[in-house]
Design a protein around this ligand. Sequence first.
Ligand SMILES: Cc1cc2nc3c(=O)[nH]c(=O)nc-3n(C[C@H](O)[C@H](O)[C@H](O)COP(=O)(O)OP(=O)(O)OC[C@H]3O[C@@H](n4cnc5c(N)ncnc54)[C@H](O)[C@@H]3O)c2cc1C
Length: 411
Amino acid sequence: MRYEYIIIGGGIAGITAAETIREHDPKGEIAIFSREPHLLYSRVEIPSFLKGLVRRDQLFLRTLGDFDKKRINLFSERSVESINIRHKKVVLDNRESVFYGKLLIAAGGELEQWKVPGAYLNGVVRMQTLDDADAIAKHLGEAKKAVVVGDSFTALEFLEIFSLKKIPVTLVCLAPSVFPAILDAAGMELFTHNFKKHKIETRFGESIREVKGTECVTGVRTSRPAELEADTVAVDLGSTKNLVFFTGQDIEIGKNGVKTNEYLKTSGEDVWAAGDITEYYDVVFEHHRSVSNWTSAFLQGETAGLNMVGKKTPFKNVSFYSITNLGLHITALGECETGPDIETVSRSDTLQGMYERFFLDRSGILKGVFISNMFQDKPILATWIERKVSLAGIRGRLSDIGLDLKDVVIG
Ligand SMILES: Cc1cc2nc3c(=O)[nH]c(=O)nc-3n(C[C@H](O)[C@H](O)[C@H](O)COP(=O)(O)OP(=O)(O)OC[C@H]3O[C@@H](n4cnc5c(N)ncnc54)[C@H](O)[C@@H]3O)c2cc1C
């Protein structure tokens, strides 16, 4: 079998690419191979589903009819096991070889394995796919006491899920705070204050050494050492990329994914990549980077699709990740990374949950901002990052929580 376009992965990046291709090439045969059994659903809304804020059926973003109408061949529960660039083919999990004219790799990420003893006991839960969500939803009905492990967005989502279900929960986190690489002392104080307000117990500087139980979780042993009773352990460890089918391929793989240029083209002939799996050349920051967020995956799918039909289009976007959690509206915008060439300034009002930490290079050019409850600033700050605006002239005023960014005139 041969298709003009083959797409690996039926997530938001892969589906958007297929639909974009169809808009511009009405004839070319398109096939999507997708490992999951489900039609496209919103991963972003999984926490809302588990909080009881949206119904399960509301997670789905496409119907089979949508694919029929667009003449896109979707093969669900079909994994690509390997790619052969020289012969322009993919090999599927049923050993079938399928040939392509152009290939898109949009296989997303894979959860990191948790390697503590007892990690596979019943009651240890992760949150990535709809199947994970279904398993958590089933388990929540019986859960009485939970431990959350992690320091990032998914850990916060777990905390809110348990909190809303009135299940007592403890956060165990080796770092001194959530978002340890992003927050300064004022930011850490804001989250600590908010956890107390929501009666969430925290154990920072501690890690889980063992999950206890025979078949089901009965508790955890921590590094302090301490024993905590629990029937649920919810784990947020971050993710790696789905790169298994790349062994021995002549496609360049970076430290964090499939390397592409700004057109999302890989080093392999007629092969592009999009979404969480990429380490793309970011024209805003002028270096390769990898991001994992829904908007970037959608926009990369669109851009890759355009490039695959010959409409040369660079990918340009100031990436961000936003959630609303325990009363805080949190956004990580651009590159929120400290380093020898980065200076930071922050401003906060802990009682209002308001906080911003600005990440600037030595010449005052804004690289990233971590924002809490000041979402109105996001579009202004995104524009400043994209335009590489220097904030050197107002650097001294950035720590003033009363400064309204709308009033700032950048010279
Ligand atoms: C619980 C949760 C909450 C999130 N919340 C937010 C949020 O609030 N805001 C935000 O911006 N982002 C959020 N994200 C991140 C966002 O969902 C991802 O960045 C986005 O889904 C990435 O899309 P993708 O298409 O690149 O990859 P994926 O969504 O991972 O899709 C890739 C697909 O490829 C399939 N696949 C993998 N290997 C193969 C193979 N060999 N053959 C065939 N198919 C394969 C996978 O099974 C998967 O279905 C969240 C993610 C999760 C899990």
